[in-house]
Design a protein around this ligand. Structure first.
Ligand SMILES: Nc1ncnc2c1ncn2[C@@H]1O[C@H](COP(=O)(O)OP(=O)(O)O)[C@@H](O)[C@H]1O
Ligand SMILES: [Mg+2]
Length: 224
């Protein structure tokens, strides 16, 4: 039987800026199976990133519930939520968010520092992650010595650092040319074959065509 790893029930999120309230999510229900590959699509500004932030525990809903790996996130205080995030979830964003002063290996290691990986194990593990994304030979390079596609692969290696079950990717190929995009996609499909649960926001119709599930977000709701 398929196991559910993420659920949202009647999740809403509004942002208040000055006198303006934006209803980014107006009541979202979804469930994601463990080991599945899900694509989230929809127009810009309709709530896709907000949904990713909620299911990744980076932000909290105004109402409704989010459950990840059997834990209802609203029951967790901030430090428990951060721990769950660190153990279960890897994030990859459109802008790679690498630290410019650190090498590729050191960037991957940053993800291990908070999760208590013993210092001796950090470097070998980071090198292993980098080789999984085809960058074993770039471990000592800094971000400005890497192409966009290579930087994004470092970000994926960093997301994998704590062996998370779930990978959340918000337009990870939005800044890449098509060759770099293809390389990143092959890595994602490989990770899926290895058993990771993958959720990706994308405008790329090829990815959507290869995904097992497609979730359409429109006006803060899931479109039928
Ligand atoms: N931190 C924020 N503060 C205020 N408004 C926000 C914030 N984040 C997102 N929004 C607004 O919420 C709506 C949904 O945004 P978002 O989830 O980023 O959409 P998408 O990822 O689909 O482009 C948009 O109208 C956006 O301007
Ligand atoms: Mg977005």
């Amino acid at each position: 039987m398929n196991e559910t790893i993420i659920t949202a029930e009647k999740a809403t999120k509004s942002y208040v800026t000055g006198s303006v309230t934006t209803h980014a999510l107006r009541g979202v229900d979804l469930s994601i199976e463990k080991g599945s590959f899900t694509c989230i699509i929809g127009p810009s500004g309709h709530g896709k990133s907000t949904l990713m932030h909620l299911i990744g525990g980076l932000d909290r809903p105004n109402s409704g519930t989010i459950t990840v790996a059997g834990r209802e996130l609203s029951r967790l205080d901030n430090s428990s939520l951060a721990r769950l995030r660190g153990e279960k979830i890897g994030f990859v964003f459109q802008f790679f968010n690498l630290l410019p002063g650190l090498t590729a290996r050191e960037n991957v290691e940053t993800a291990m520092m908070l999760s208590g990986v013993p210092e001796k194990e950090q470097a070998p593990r980071a090198l292993d992650m980098l080789s999984q994304v085809g960058l074993a030979d770039k471990a000592d390079a800094r971000p400005n010595q890497l192409s966009g596609g290579q930087q994004q692969r470092v970000a994926i290696a960093r997301a994998l650092a704590n062996n998370p079950e779930i990978l959340l990717m918000d337009e990870p190929t939005g800044n890449l040319d098509s060759a770099a995009e293809a390389e990143v996609l092959e890595i994602l499909f490989k990770l899926h074959r290895q058993g990771k649960t993958i959720i990706i926001v994308t405008h790329n119709s090829d990815i959507a065509a290869r995904a097992q599930h497609i979730i359409r977000v429109k006006d803060g709701r899931i479109a039928p």
